[in-house]
Design a protein around this ligand. Structure first.
Ligand SMILES: NC(=O)c1ccc[n+]([C@@H]2O[C@H](COP(=O)([O-])OP(=O)(O)OC[C@H]3O[C@@H](n4cnc5c(N)ncnc54)[C@H](O)[C@@H]3O)[C@@H](O)[C@H]2O)c1
Ligand SMILES: O=C(O)C[C@H](O)C(=O)O
Length: 339
């Protein structure tokens, strides 16, 4: 009774219909990304219920977050036995579960631990909320998304329009660095970033920024290199204690909120994300990050991009093989994972 009064009040205050917002789960909610991401989601009016899941530690995170005076209700779930209850009825599942890099490691070095974590969480999604949008943060994203796709296929509920690798941090970084270099507010800058999410598979399109920039070629090359290696910049600065967490939480929140706005019927929502597609720009790579148009059903199409500059085309050619290898490795793992 009290809960339904709360829902009505939420609907009134947010100006939406009786379904005031959505149920969102964060899997890996006690971690470096999970905690600040959950904080941002607790303060997001489109989130009606926030479900926190991890192998441990979510009771404390829930107690802490639940004292923040917003209408979003928070529940905690721990361990595999509670995964189903956490996921039941969820509209959006965000997955930052898994281990981060230490200096000297590549994202692919995380595959041996994170592959099974993502595969089993994807199986949980299939069992409990097969219609949900699923946003995967866990690295290596180039492989974890194909892993999840194969698991969902084997469970008979794969919808490529609703499975996303979160690459928004690459866009956030590119907007910051290019904005600073070109004297434009980073908040106004928009740099499309395509390809994958590791090293040279990250392909920022500085030839297609909005607003346009007039950076000289040597600056374009230096900025491209910095964007591709920005994750490593943070890993080295954190000196063994982890990788990007705060900027990642901000970027994941941006992506999650865009999904929720699209689910809520808003038109014109576009975010770069790593999704399965057959767009000509992907050149035969089955998974590729592009600017994705979002609607209630998930991916509704792709925002147009102009042809790549000669420098970008050369970068594309040199990373294509690596990205194809990452995808194949993920697909093979997902096909043979013991469900
Ligand atoms: N996509 C991106 O742009 C991006 C950016 C930054 C980090 N990452 C990746 O995100 C992942 C998480 O990073 P972090 O800094 O939050 O790490 P972290 O170690 O601080 O947190 C990870 C959390 O996952 C939990 N976890 C482990 N196994 C789990 C399971 N089976 N089910 C549920 N939870 C589980 C851990 O208990 C921990 O709380 C890493 O793989 C990292 O490389 C991706
Ligand atoms: O660099 C990492 O390992 C984490 C993440 O992928 C990032 O880009 O910051």
């Amino acid at each position: 009774m009290a809960e339904s009064r709360l829902a009505k009040l939420a609907a009134h205050l947010t100006g939406r219909g009786s379904k005031a917002g959505f149920r969102v789960a964060v899997l890996g909610a006690s971690g470096g990304i999970g905690q600040p991401l959950s904080l941002l989601l607790k303060k997001t009016s489109l989130v009606r219920e926030l479900h926190l899941y991890d192998v441990k530690g979510t009771k404390g995170v829930m107690a802490d977050l639940s004292h923040i005076n917003t209408l979003t209700t928070v529940r905690s779930f721990e361990g595999n036995a509670e995964l189903g209850a956490c996921l039941k009825g969820c509209d959006l599942v965000v997955i930052p579960a898994g281990v981060p890099r230490k200096p000297g490691m590549t994202r692919d070095d995380l595959f041996k631990i994170n592959a099974s974590i993502v595969a089993s969480l994807a199986a949980g999604v299939a069992d409990s909320c097969p219609e949900a949008f699923v946003a995967i943060i866990s690295n290596p994203v180039n492989s974890t998304v194909p892993i999840a796709a194969e698991v969902l296929k084997r469970k008979g509920c794969y919808n490529p329009a609703r499975l996303f690798g979160v690459t928004s941090l690459d866009v956030v970084r590119a907007n910051t660095f290019v904005g600073e270099a070109s004297g434009t507010s980073p908040e106004r800058m928009n740099v499309p970033v395509i390809g994958g999410h590791s090293g040279n598979t990250i392909l920022p399109l500085l030839s297609q920024t909005t607003p346009r920039n007039s950076l000289p070629e040597d600056k374009v090359r230096a900025l491209t290199n910095r964007i591709q290696n920005a994750g490593t910049e943070v890993v080295e600065a954190k000196a063994g204690t982890g990788s990007a967490t705060l900027s990642m939480a901000a970027a994941a929140h941006r992506f999650a909120e865009s999904c929720l706005r699209a689910m809520n019927g808003e038109s014109g929502v576009v975010e770069c994300a790593y999704v399965e597609n057959k767009e000509p720009l992907s050149q035969g790579l089955p998974f590729f990050a592009l600017p994705v148009r979002l609607n209630k059903s998930g991916v509704s199409g792709f925002a147009p991009l102009a042809a790549l500059s000669p420098y970008e085309a050369q970068l594309f050619d040199s990373m294509k093989g690596a990205l194809a290898g990452n995808i194949k490795k993920g697909q093979e793992f997902g096909r043979s994972f013991n469900l």
